[in-house]
Design a protein around this ligand. Structure first.
Ligand code: ADP
Ligand code: MG
Length: 243
């Protein structure tokens, strides 16, 4: 590639064109240009998805490959095809994954998030206690509004491990704000080991808890994870050592 061509590629943000151009076989001008530009577009798409996955900050990447669906009680009128179509994101509906530890809640939430990124959706994964701490910190530093705006730009917010650590009054209110803002504006996936009846233990305020659950469950698909702990089963078989 000449210096001039490299400069114009840079200007047009076609940095990868040089490499791609040398990989494509020339038959005629129209075919060559089409093939090169198709590859540039495909590369861009891959980079966009990779960026979305990085920005989502999943703790571990999980997918639906080899995912076992049988230990899950499905919500009425909702099947695997509908879940994997991710139409719930388009309709701004929520997914709630409730069940004991090790039953696959985080795996499902992450796999849905990764799939959403591959379809170009903006996703962010938080452990609830981390989100609570970040909201409190931003509130104290006086830049909460910026963070709330960033959260509102998401297509899908994943809140993992709701219920493991109780929240203080301020973080409960800040989390309630986030859930209120998301209501009918964006999808939320929540995983929790606590049945709703016990969520007030976590937020410490019956009225706030009732209002929060009300917003979350309205038009939500609720999954019960009823199987045994897969972590425990893996550990007993020694499979976790092979990962
Ligand atoms: N349905 C499933 N099929 C295959 N592997 C699974 C399934 N559910 C969970 N796992 C694996 O079992 C382990 C525990 O699952 P995880 O989603 O962390 O449980 P939870 O969030 O309910 O505590 C993880 O390594 C996960 O990848
Ligand atoms: Mg989990």
């Amino acid at each position: 590639m000449t210096e001039e061509l490299a400069a114009v590629c840079k200007e047009l943000r076609l940095g990868d064109l040089g490499k791609i151009a040398s990989q494509v076989t020339f038959q005629n001008e129209a075919q060559y240009l089409t093939d090169v530009l198709r590859l540039v577009a495909a590369n861009r798409e891959i980079q966009r998805v990779e960026r979305l996955i990085r920005q989502a900050k999943f703790p571990v990447i999980k997918t639906f490959d080899c995912y076992k669906y049988h230990p899950i009680a499905w919500p009425k009128g909702f099947d695997k095809e509908q879940l994997l179509s991710l139409d719930f994101i388009e309709s701004k509906q929520n997914i709630l994954c409730l069940g004991a530890v090790g039953t696959g809640k985080t795996h499902m939430a992450t796999a849905l998030g990764v799939k959403a990124c591959s379809l170009g959706k903006k996703v962010r994964f938080f452990r609830m206690s981390d989100l609570a701490a970040e909201l409190t910190e931003k509130h104290r530093a006086g830049n909460l509004t910026k963070m709330l705006k960033q959260l509102q730009r998401l297509d899908l917010l994943i809140l993992d491990e709701v219920g493991y650590i109780p929240c203080d009054r301020l973080s409960s209110q800040l989390l309630f704000n986030v859930i209120s803002n998301s209501y009918e504006q964006q999808s939320v996936i929540v995983t929790s080991n606590l049945q709703f009846g016990r969520w007030n233990e976590m937020f410490g305020d019956d009225r706030l808890t009732a209002a929060l659950i009300d917003r979350l469950v309205h038009r939500a698909h609720i999954f019960s994870f009823t199987g045994p702990s897969l972590r425990y089963e893996e550990a007993m078989k020694g499979e976790h050592l092979n990962k």
